[in-house]
Write a protein that binds this ligand. Structure first.
Ligand code: 5BU
Length: 476
């Protein structure tokens, strides 16, 4: 079998189903490996050999009564296995038909039938889980998935957590060894891919129902362990220990006023958010004092810069100029408008900065008539979820991500007003926490109060209570 796998690995490489170099993923992030097994339909001998090899992964074929390929690449493979072995096949539709029978699964089956899944490549396991979900809704019994390549990015574990055993012809590290031995790739490429895989593990997929990992239900202290970005863990930990999920927007024009506010409210907030470009007397000494207060009162500094240009400009704006944001801001806000490469650009801007840094991607804005809707919003969420080693969370108004390691930050919070006359829209603390916020931004609700400390304490109390209610209520 090993000889056959070595031979097939080389054939896959030769037909360019396996590529090594510098590629972009669907949403534009860089990757040194790219697998495109769709090409195998053009090489019937290879496709047939892969289908036969896949079927050797089955322990007891007499127990398999149905075969289902994950659309689309695995469909022809499942068809070959079905025909070769005379075992019926099922197909999952990509979308439910909007007419006629509205079935998601095509084929003839009985509830309780044992069905195995066929897939070409597994990364996070989410496509397989989607297929299994549809099969389970029809009361089919699914416990195994046969896969050509496991990219070793956490998919196997995700499926095991859902009771699915994964058997693969190759794991990516073994596949690369075969290609190295065959002289197809160099050890430098192997190292690059190894590093990439170590840095890009897929997030854990929560189990609906038991929800051991649901963002809205888990306490911050548990989520701190699930976050990929060290700063996200630190933030969640300090929120838990200070019992605060308040982010204070210190939108004041004078440095003294900001420092005074930071000193007064500091012990009660998790993050102090600035817009340094509105400060009239900005200077380096101010930043040193602010950093000092942040350390003393244990809060993080966020510069709400809303970077939104092409990568090169953003990396310069982040690192240089008057404000040198990269040198002091733990967190920054970024518009995903220019595409995922902005994250790589910011990474470049962080070169030689030794302290951890994090990005909040702005998925959805709080102002009336905002254009952050539909596909834009969805792409922003995928971008954050795919780059969660650098992205700490999303700025948004609704529950967008189930990932417990990401934080949702929601601005537009006031107790006494519903707008500010310039289309800012306000909600109260409980509403935003129930809508999915982990951190709520309060600006003028505190800065314009007659007693800032009293106001900060009141927002802190209401936000924390809403959070405790959320994690403890069984029905949310
Ligand atoms: P306010 O005074 O509580 O309205 O201040 C809200 C802050 O949050 C302010 O600094 C805004 O720049 C920031 N903000 C927002 O209000 N809405 C958004 O969608 C985003 C940021 Br993104």
């Amino acid at each position: 079998m090993e000889e056959l796998l070595k031979k097939l690995a080389v054939e896959l490489y030769d037909v360019q189903a396996l590529k090594f170099g510098d590629f972009k993923t669907k949403i534009g992030l860089r990757t040194p490996i790219y697998f495109d097994l769709r090409v195998i339909i053009s090489y019937p001998k290879l496709m047939s050999a892969l289908a036969k090899a896949l079927w050797t992964l089955a322990d007891d074929v007499t127990k398999v009564s149905q075969i289902c390929g994950v659309p689309y690449t695995a469909l022809p493979l499942a068809t070959l296995i079905s025909v070769d072995n005379q075992i019926p096949m099922l197909m999952k539709r990509k979308e439910t038909k909007s007419y006629g029978t509205k079935k998601l699964i095509e084929g003839v089956f009985s509830s309780g039938d044992n069905c195995v899944i066929i897939e070409d490549v597994i990364t996070s396991g989410s496509s397989i889980l989607e297929t299994i979900d549809a099969l389970k809704k029809e009361h089919l019994n699914v416990t195994e998935a046969y896969v050509i390549i496991d990219r070793e990015q956490g998919g196997r574990k995700n499926l095991e957590n859902h009771g699915i055993k994964v058997k693969s012809l190759y794991v990516v590290t073994q596949l690369m060894q075969y290609l190295l031995e065959a002289g197809k790739i160099t050890s430098k490429v192997v190292k690059e891919v190894d590093d990439y895989l170590a840095m890009n593990q897929a997030p854990t997929i929560s189990i609906q129902g038991t929800i051991p990992n649901d963002r809205l239900k888990l306490p911050y202290c548990k989520r701190a362990k699930l976050a990929k970005n060290p700063l996200a863990s630190k933030l969640l930990e300090l929120m838990e220990s200070k019992q605060t999920n308040l982010c204070l927007a210190a939108d004041l024009k004078k440095t003294d006023a900001i420092l005074e506010l930071a000193n007064t409210a500091g012990p009660h907030i998790a993050v102090l958010k600035t817009h340094v470009d509105i400060i009239e007397d900005f200077n380096e000494g101010f930043i040193l004092q602010l950093k000092d207060l942040a350390k003393r009162h244990k809060f993080l500094l966020m510069e709400d810069r809303k970077f939104g240009d092409i990568g090169n400009t953003v990396s310069l704006q982040y690192r240089y100029g008057l404000y040198k944001i990269a040198e002091w801001a733990d967190l920054i806000t970024v518009h995903p408008i220019s595409g995922a490469s902005v994250i790589d650009a910011l990474k470049k801007g962080m070169k030689n900065i030794t302290e951890p840094r994090g990005i909040f991607l702005i998925a959805e804005m709080s102002s009336k008539g905002t254009l952050t809707t539909g596909d834009y919003l969805k792409s922003a969420v995928s971008m954050a979820e795919e780059a969660s080693n650098l992205v700490v969370g999303l700025v948004c108004q609704s529950n967008l991500s189930a990932q417990s390691g990401l934080l949702q930050l929601t601005p537009g919070v006031q107790l006494s007003k519903s707008d500010d006359g310039l289309d800012q829209q306000y909600n109260n603390p409980e509403t935003v926490i129930n809508a999915g916020a982990d951190l709520a931004v309060v600006g003028r609700g505190i800065t314009e109060a007659s007693n800032c400390l009293k106001a900060a304490l009141e927002y802190k109390r209401q936000l924390w209570n809403a959070y405790e209610k959320r994690i403890n209520s069984p029905d949310m």
